[in-house]
Ligand binder design. Structure first.
Ligand code: NAD
Ligand code: MG
Length: 398
C-alpha cells in the first residue's frame, strides 16, 4: 500500500489523479487532499477516498469544510500555510496540481522532505527553477514531470545520455483561436478563449493555450527540467495533438511521444514510475487519425513565445516575473478589464520595467541562485506592476 497526497485534488488534474487511484482499490492510501473554493467537492473526495486530512487554501471557508466533514473523523485545516504543511507530511507519492505560482511553496515542501513529486504545476519550475532543481538534488527527491509534453520528453529520454541530445520539440495545438483572422483576436471573450480543440483542462490553462502563454511557460519548464538552452527548445503547431513532444539526437534521429490527448497517461506514468502499468486511456488508431500535420507558430498571433525567450535571456528572477505578470494579466482578462491581446502587452511591459529595476531584490544577475524570498518578492512585484498596467489600460479604453 502506497501513501499519496494530492495538492489541488479538486481541479482537472487532481480529479484525473483520483480517478486513476480509485481504479486501484487497495494499492493506495490517501493521506491529504487540498483544494480552494470548491468545498463540497473537496469534502466528497475526502470521504470517498478516506483521506486523513482535507485542507482548503481559503481560510474564510474553513468553517464550511469543518461542517461538511463533521463526524467523519477526517482532520481539516485551512490557509496557504496549512496547504504547505499538508505537503510536508511524509508520503510515498505527491501530486502537485495546484494552479499558478501558489503551487511553488507546497512543491518545495515535498522536495525538502526528499519525497517523490509528480509535478503538473509548471509554475513551480517557471518561477522557482534553479532553487527547485537544487532542492531536489540536495535531498535526493524524485521529480516526475506530468505536463504531457514534458512527460513525453522524459519518457523519450529514458536511458539516453545528455550529450547525445541536440534539441527538444514541444508541440502546441494552437488553441481556440488558431484559425481566427488576426484582427478578430482583440475582440475575443473569456468564454471563447475557454474552449480547447483537443484537451479538457482547467479554465486558466485553457486560456493560456489560446494565447500560447501555456507553451511559453513550457519552454521555460523544459529548460529547467532538462537543462537545454532556449535556442535548442523548439515549438511547432500540431493541430491534432497526438504527438506530444519529440527529442532530437545528434545523429539526426527524432524520438516522439504519441498518444491520445488524455492527461491520465502522463499522470499514470508518474504514478507507476519506474514501471508501466495498464492505463484506461484510449489506444491511438493511427489509420483512423490518418494525418499528422505540423506548422510554424506565427509570431504575430503568438507573441507569448518570444516573451518567454526574452524572460529567459534576462535571466535571474525574470521568469518568475514573467509568470506573475501573465497570471495578473489573465485575472484582468477574466474580469473583462482588458482585451485578450493586451495580456501579452502587459507581460512585455512588465518585463521591460522590472528587468534591472532597483526595487527588485538584486535578482537580475544571471547565474545567481535566487532564494525563496527573492522569488516571492519577484512574483509580488510582477503581479503588482502588471495589475497597475491593466488598470491603466482599462481607464484608457473607457
Ligand atoms: P484547475 O483550475 O482545474 O485546478 C486547480 C486546483 O488548484 C484546484 O484544486 C484548486 O482548488 C487549487 N487552487 C487554486 N488556487 C489555489 C491557491 N491559491 N492555493 C491552493 N490551491 C489552489 O487546474 P488544472 O487544469 O488541474 O491545472 C493544475 C496545474 O496543472 C496547472 O499548473 C496547470 O498548468 C497544470 N497542467 C494541467 C493540465 C490539464 O490538463 N488540466 C495539463 C498540463 C499541466
Ligand atoms: Mg502541456
Amino acid at each position: 500500500m502506497r501513501t499519496v497526497t494530492i495538492l489541488g485534488s479538486t481541479g482537472s488534474i487532481g480529479q484525473a489523479t483520483l480517478d486513476l487511484i480509485s481504479r486501484r482499490e487497495g494499492d493506495f492510501a490517501v493521506e491529504a487532499l487540498t483544494g480552494a473554493g470548491n468545498i463540497p467537492l473537496l469534502a466528497a473526495q475526502a470521504i470517498r477516498h478516506r483521506a486523513r486530512l482535507a485542507v482548503t487554501a481559503r481560510e474564510d471557508l474553513h468553517a464550511d469544510l469543518k461542517a461538511a466533514l463533521a463526524g467523519t473523523g477526517i482532520e481539516t485545516a485551512a490557509g496557504p500555510a496549512a496547504v504547505a504543511e499538508a505537503a510536508a507530511r511524509p508520503v510515498d507519492w505527491t501530486m502537485a496540481a495546484i494552479v499558478g505560482a501558489a503551487g511553488l511553496v507546497p512543491s518545495l515542501a515535498v522536495l525538502r522532505r526528499g519525497g517523490t513529486l509528480a509535478l503538473a504545476n509548471k509554475e513551480t519550475l517557471v518561477a522557482g527553477g534553479p532553487l527547485v532543481m537544487a532542492e531536489a538534488a540536495r535531498t535526493g527527491a524524485c521529480l516526475l514531470p506530468v505536463d504531457s509534453e514534458h512527460s513525453g520528453l522524459f519518457q523519450a529520454l529514458r536511458g539516453e545520455r545528455a550529450e547525445e541530445v541536440e534539441r527538444l520539440i514541444l508541440t502546441a495545438s494552437g488553441g481556440a483561436f488558431r484559425d481566427w483572422p488576426l484582427h478578430r483576436l482583440r475582440e475575443a471573450t473569456p468564454e471563447q478563449a475557454s474552449t480547447h480543440p483537443n484537451w479538457a483542462m482547467g479554465q486558466r490553462i485553457t486560456i493560456d493555450s489560446a494565447s500560447m502563454f501555456n507553451k511559453a511557460l513550457e519552454i521555460i519548464e523544459a529548460h529547467v527540467l532538462f537543462g537545454l538552452p532556449a535556442d535548442r527548445i523548439e515549438v511547432v503547431i500540431h493541430p491534432e495533438s497526438l504527438v506530444h513532444a519529440l527529442v532530437g539526437f545528434r545523429d539526426g534521429a527524432l524520438i516522439a511521444h504519441l498518444g491520445a490527448p488524455d492527461m491520465r497517461h502522463a499522470i499514470g506514468f508518474a504514478l507507476n514510475h519506474p514501471l508501466r502499468e495498464a492505463l484506461p486511456v484510449e489506444r491511438l488508431d493511427l489509420v483512423r487519425a490518418g494525418r499528422l500535420t505540423f506548422r510554424e507558430p506565427d509570431p504575430a498571433r503568438y507573441p507569448a513565445l518570444r516573451l518567454a525567450r526574452l524572460a529567459m535571456e534576462q535571466g535571474g528572477l525574470m521568469p518568475a516575473v514573467f509568470n506573475a505578470a501573465k497570471e495578473a494579466a489573465l485575472d484582468a482578462f477574466l474580469a473583462r478589464a482588458i482585451r485578450f491581446t493586451q495580456m501579452a502587452e502587459i507581460v512585455e511591459r512588465t518585463l521591460d520595467r522590472l528587468s534591472g529595476d532597483g526595487r527588485m531584490p538584486r535578482l537580475c544577475r544571471a547565474g545567481e541562485m535566487p532564494g525563496l524570498d527573492d522569488i516571492l518578492e519577484a512574483d509580488r512585484l510582477g503581479r503588482k506592476e502588471a495589475a497597475a498596467l491593466a488598470g491603466r489600460m482599462t481607464r484608457e479604453e473607457a
